[in-house]
Design a protein around this ligand. Sequence first.
Ligand SMILES: Nc1nc2c(ncn2[C@@H]2O[C@H](COP(=O)(O)OP(=O)(O)OP(=O)(O)O)[C@@H](O)[C@H]2O)c(=O)[nH]1
Length: 386
Amino acid sequence: MPDAIKALVLPFLFLLIGILASTQASNIPTVWLQTFPVVVAAVFIVLLGLSWRFNKGRLILVVFALSYPALMLEVFPNLEASSFVTVALLVLFITSLVKEKGFANRFSFNRLLFIGMLVLWNVAEVKGWISFEKLDQFVLPMLDKTLKSTVLVVIEVAAIGVILIRALSFNDRFLASVLASSVALVVMHYLPLTMNQMLLILVTQGGLWAWFLLSESHRMAYRDELTGLASRRALNEDFMALPKHYAIAMVDVDHFKKFNDTYGHDMGDEVLRRVAKILAEGCYYGSVYRYGGEEFSILYRGKKVAEAQDELESIRSWIEEEKIEVIHRDSKKYVSVTASFGLAVGSDQNEGFETLKKADESLYQAKRKGRNRLIIHGVRGKSATK
Ligand SMILES: Nc1nc2c(ncn2[C@@H]2O[C@H](COP(=O)(O)OP(=O)(O)OP(=O)(O)O)[C@@H](O)[C@H]2O)c(=O)[nH]1
């Protein structure tokens, strides 16, 4: 299954649970039902607290968008929800377009100001202070719909369409969750739901965003941002539960400082991404981590050294063969890098760090012997064919 579709599974599962729960609202005892508004308010306040703690400004907009229709229906109970939902969808749409800029800064202020204007326009419209009814004489005969209802449907369809396209093209979990929340708003608009049913959907949407924040913080802790590989922290944790038989490899890009100095830091980053990709795709038996800087680690659980050795030799030659396009002195050319490898076999489940040190020693031996080779700790004369 493509990653972009996978990213949609959980957000839509939350949505489905919300819709299914709302169908059971009539079976819920009244005492519980009375607590729903408080529960929803509490969930959203906790979300706002978390978005402040995790410095995620876009989440304020999401919380606002989700709570807006229900809040407005509380204030104007006799009015139709359609324009409230459309404003909420517009806010989600804008949120899906902007970059994360943190919680409290001028960006958040500007965004909230814009939303304030949108709300003012919405209130003015529902109160009848501004009206487009005169234009209906032209629109009604053509579309059999008022101008307002036509514009609202167009905005809803366009907003959902653009969010869907972006979620599928960027494979981004934030966009996937925004899409599920947008569909939740549309469901609340078009299905004849009671306020309690809406609140049930909102609670599950709160759950979705809490899950999003938790998984984001997990990703930040255990994934390396540049390469997308597991981070050193993940390796440290994996060392706590090593199997009886294991091996560790350390990999280091050769002359990387020179590469950075010649082609620039951005090209250096590109090299690290390429090497990480080759390691991730080439490692069938091992798990790859970015250890730090231009160093990577591979953990082989329960595997024989020969299997690890064969795999590392293939990866070494793939790195060597990879052609990287660089611009140097205003002209385009293709360059390649090499990497050195050290491998050590663990002899004790509790000695992951010691084994890693041995792999590191072998790696530096490989560097001393001329680089672009694999040295196995404690095995004389074992190195890559050169
Ligand atoms: N572009 C980029 N450079 C990095 C990153 N992390 C570390 N570096 C650079 O990696 C270089 C590592 O250089 P050295 O440790 O001297 O090693 P080397 O030049 O690869 O030489 P050998 O290991 O002896 O082959 C330093 O210049 C760091 O600034 C990163 O994330 N991106």
